[in-house]
Ligand binder design. Structure first.
Ligand code: EPS
Length: 352
């Protein structure tokens, strides 16, 4: 079995709350809700976020699996309450007698899940698709990742991210003006970022089966974040370089193997090689536009303009925080597989 750290999430964008149940956490690891809340705050921030982030102040409640600050070995449950729910209680009601078409919509947003999702689940009201396909669910994914991240820190493994590009500009001084311009135009912007994880042990992942290759697992986790369209590891010009230019030569220094370059991005043969993990990803522009795109109305199959409520102009900074979190969950899974055990002492002994 190659999933030791497992989780499922539930919850709608404007429903009562978002929930996650994490399975497979050993006992004895310190969990600090303030650390999780700090990561949630980072996810809510960034230049170009929309009105929803002014309503929310995402805070986690841990409802199982932790006692007196440490994991007990039992499933850990996380809950984030949606503040906006008080404005949506009737619309998101679970009771048949409350059925209303207030806030229903039928005009597909090109680029979002509306069209395929409504065909797949046979929904007339695209609200039923929007509510779960919304990137709102990345709040609870970030909370799960923050649990993983603080356990990784107990192994001295640390991650962070940097924004590399917003729309067409790589110049940090121009990021805000680019976003302002897009906002004025009723448009949205994507971008590119990198996530780095430092102090990686050698040999997480494996070359023996396709589904144990760590690069594949990381790519899946990051690609699963809404709007992420590319994931690459290490020097993204690899396909253009010669073998002699690309591969990271090995030397001995003070009796240890060292490298002068890290074009591999910390992964060789589907395994960590001890160098920093370096994961690049790009995010497409958010598909909910104030200046709507041309589309089709599912109600009468006429041509029209797409649905708009509110949206972010740019969420690349938030996306990078979510990616840190998703990668943390993958890495913790590998740590638990490799150094296995049911409690902190066992695992630390194996690790050392
Ligand atoms: C998000 C909350 C959502 C959106 C955004 C992500 O809230 P609302 O729909 O109430 O404005 O702001 O999601 C999208 C833009 C999208 O297209 O899915 C959040 O918490 O990050």
């Amino acid at each position: 079995m190659y999933e030791k750290f497992r989780f499922l999430t539930a919850g709608e964008s404007h429903g009562k709350c978002l929930t996650a149940i994490i399975e497979g956490l050993p006992s004895g690891f310190i969990i600090d809700p303030d650390f999780i809340n700090g990561e949630l705050k980072r996810r809510q921030g960034g230049y170009g976020r929309g009105g929803r982030m002014q309503i929310e102040s995402d805070t986690v409640e841990i409802t199982s699996g932790v006692r007196f600050g440490k994991t007990t070995g039992a499933p850990l449950t996380l809950v984030i309450y949606n503040r906006d729910f008080e404005n949506w209680e009737k619309i998101m009601s679970i009771h048949p007698e409350d059925e209303t078409d207030e806030k229903s919509f039928t005009k597909y947003r090109p680029g979002h899940a509306d069209y395929a999702g409504s065909v797949k689940y046979n929904h007339k009201d695209l609200r039923n698709v929007l509510e779960r396909s919304s990137a709102r669910k990345t709040a609870i994914e970030t909370a799960v990742g923050a649990v993983a991240k603080q356990i990784l820190e107990q192994f001295n493994i640390r991650g962070y991210s940097r924004i590399l590009q917003i729309g067409n500009t790589k110049n940090k001084d121009e990021f805000h003006t680019e976003i302002d311009r897009a906002k004025e135009e009723g448009d949205t912007l994507g971008g590119k970022f990198v996530v780095i994880y430092e102090n990686m042990p050698v040999g997480l992942g494996s070359y023996v089966h396709w589904d144990r290759m760590l690069d594949g697992r990381i790519a899946q986790a990051v690609m699963s974040i809404p709007a992420v369209k590319t994931v690459s590891i290490g020097n993204h010009h690899s396909y253009k370089l010669k073998g002699s230019e690309f591969h990271d030569e090995m030397f001995i220094e003070n009796g240890k193997i060292v490298r002068e370059t890290n074009n591999a991005g910390g992964i060789e043969g589907g395994m960590t090689n001890g160098e920093n993990l370096q994961i690049f990803a790009s995010m497409k522009p958010i598909p909910t536009l104030r200046k709507p795109l041309r589309t089709v109305d599912a109600a009468d199959m006429s041509e029209t303009e797409a649905h708009f409520e509110r949206s972010d102009t740019c969420a690349v900074e938030a996306c990078a925080v979510v990616a840190e979190a998703r990668i943390a969950a993958v890495l913790l899974n590998e740590i638990l597989l490799k150094y296995g055990g049911d409690n902190f002492d066992e695992i630390m002994r194996n690790f050392k």
